[in-house]
Design a protein around this ligand. Structure first.
Ligand SMILES: [Mn+2]
Length: 195
């Protein structure tokens, strides 16, 4: 089974992430940050990767460390669960509409972290959540998941919709990329022979 558990403890956060790439999008995410849980739920549901996430962070300071470190642990879990990446599709993309908003994601499970983030959240907060943390999360996920990740906002004026569409578009692209391709057998999806 392609699954992984990562636990990560620092002076700022204590995090446990369990994922199953061959899941059904079943989730149980508790980070102490309501909006962030809502986004992690979307990421699981639309990627069909099962998530069980527990994070206890220094929320008395702000949400930054908890969001970033959850991105790190989730990226590490993804890297571990993918292993040598034999048989996977590797690439994924999605054009995701949500009311006023249209977000495009294209990604490559390349082991070459790179984030292109062309997303403009028009308000500094969504409820109590700092909107700048959306980028911080995807930066951490890209770096530690070894993902070349392009996210472009094509339309949108509502911050909640833009953030949610970003998570959903990444989820759908991820679903495609982690899927095994029956035509590939156990081949590594690179002419280099390794990813
Ligand atoms: Mn929502």
């Amino acid at each position: 089974m392609r699954s992984a558990t990562i636990t990560r403890k620092t002076a700022e956060t204590e995090i446990s992430v369990t994922i199953n790439l061959d899941g059904t999008g079943t989730y149980d995410n508790q980070t102490g940050i309501g909006f962030f849980d809502h986004m992690l739920d979307q990421l699981s549901r639309h990627s069909l990767i099962d998530f069980s996430i527990r994070a206890k962070g220094d929320l008395h300071i702000d949400d930054h460390h908890t969001v970033e470190d959850t991105g790190i642990a989730l990226g590490q879990a993804l890297t571990q669960a993918l292993g040598d990446k034999r048989g996977i599709r590797r690439y994924g993309s999605c054009l995701l509409p949500m009311d006023d908003t249209l977000v495009r994601c294209a990604l490559d499970l390349s082991a070459r972290p790179f984030l292109i983030w062309n997303v403009d959240l028009p308000t500094p907060k969504i409820g109590t959540f700092d909107t700048e943390l959306v980028r911080e999360f995807f930066q951490a996920l890209s770096t530690h998941g070894g993902i070349t990740l392009h996210v472009d906002q094509l339309h949108g004026f509502n911050s909640h919709h833009i953030a949610e569409a970003a998570f959903k578009s990444v989820a759908r692209a991820l679903r495609e990329a982690v899927e095994t391709d029956p035509r590939k057998g156990d081949a590594v999806p690179s002419t280099k022979g390794a990813l």
